[in-house]
Design a protein around this ligand. Structure first.
Ligand code: DAH
Length: 353
């Protein structure tokens, strides 16, 4: 009897078959259950003889079912582990996939250089209104500079009836910063700018960095020292020579365009020396009208500002010659001129390293 049951339980091929055997043996109508019930009708002698045998049978069957169940479950788990396995050893595509665009790299370099001089990074919206982009910068409605900027205008006006546009320069961030922070102020504002213009040296979207310092007693000497320190750190050369040419911008007075000297080495222009001059940025002392437009007293606060094309800075340092390639998304160009993602510029390691 006992051997029969144990054989049947051992032969149960899956959990359903095992459950059927359990019901057949130990269920309400089960054979072992029926045997247990016979104990009630036995004489004490018979019961003493049969009792232990029947109880042992029930125990043996229960144990055998539990053991078979565990074995079947373990086998099922093995099967699932084998069939549902993910091969984590599949090779990942080797080699770095992306690279840091030279524009991002130069922006990081600028942030690093100017952080060391105590400047923080400020931002402003690319969709601006004409007050921040022009009027507050001393470029009134009828000013010819508005036409010079080839502005992309939107049809919509903002809530205050100001005309909306894509900012033509990063200078509106000067205004936003002076209106939201108390001087002393030292910021740079790198970002995208837009003008309706396109050829080998102009793209409709390009990048600028604005610099602004507002404090008491600021003069052109501070401007010149800051630009010299910046350009030496950026080009990683000590023989950088600057030339400040008198110029005109509505938002600065006096204004200066800054040229950096280059020399010819093996037929190529190299920054440094003074064989020739290349214009790199516009600058000047912030116009008192601009300071006043931001609610500050120009008799108390003075400052300098500068604006510089980031794409051009990248071209000069890394030797690209067509600006349009910056925005083509050509993988070969990006692989050649891009920077490794972990190559974070630091002053100690060389900002362009
Ligand atoms: N905003 C000027 C431009 O886009 C550049 C510039 C010139 C910015 C002189 C300045 C500055 O802050 O002082 O052409």
């Amino acid at each position: 009897m006992s051997a029969d049951w144990l054989a049947r339980i051992a032969a149960a091929g899956d959990l359903a078959a095992l459950e059927a055997e359990r019901v057949a043996a130990l269920g309400k109508q089960g054979a072992v259950t029926a045997l247990l019930k016979t104990l009630g009708g036995m004489t004490p002698d018979e019961r003493q003889r049969e009792g232990p045998r029947i109880h042992a049978l029930r125990e043996g069957v229960t144990e055998a079912i539990a053991a078979r169940k565990a074995a079947l479950e373990a086998a099922e788990l093995e099967r699932r582990l084998a069939t549902e396995m993910l091969d984590m050893s599949l090779p990942v595509t080797t080699g770095a996939q992306g690279s840091v665009h030279p524009v991002s790299q130069v922006m990081d370099e600028l942030a690093e250089i100017f952080a060391d001089l105590g400047f923080s990074v400020a931002t402003g919206p690319e969709i601006e209104d004409d007050w921040h982009n022009f009027t507050a910068l001393n470029i009134p409605e009828t000013h010819p500079a508005r036409a010079m900027h080839d502005t992309f205008y939107f049809d919509r006006l903002d809530a205050e009836g100001r005309r909306m546009l894509l900012r033509t320069h990063t200078s509106p961030v000067q205004i936003r910063t002076m209106m939201s922070q108390k001087p002393p102020i030292r910021i740079i504002a790198p970002g995208r700018t837009y003008r309706s213009d396109s050829d080998a040296t102009h793209t409709p979207m390009f990048h600028q960095v604005e610099g602004l310092v507002i404090d008491r007693g600021i003069h052109m000497g501070h401007l010149k020292w800051t630009l010299e320190t910046f350009l030496k750190a950026y080009f990683e050369r000590d023989d950088i020579v600057l030339r400040l040419r008198p110029s005109y911008f509505p938002f600065t007075e006096p204004s200066a365009e800054v040229d950096v000297g280059y020399s010819i080495e093996k037929g190529r222009r190299v920054i440094g020396g003074s064989d020739g001059w290349m214009e790199v940025l516009g600058s000047g002392m912030v116009h008192p009208k601009v300071i006043a437009a931001c609610g500050l007293d120009p008799d108390e606060w003075q400052g300098f500002a500068f604006g510089c094309g980031i794409d051009r800075l990248a071209m000069l340092k890394y030797g690209m010659d067509d600006l349009r390639a910056f925005f083509d998304g050509d993988l070969r160009w990006l692989r050649h001129y891009g920077f490794a993602a972990l190559d974070v510029p630091t002053l100690s390691g060389g900002v362009g390293a």
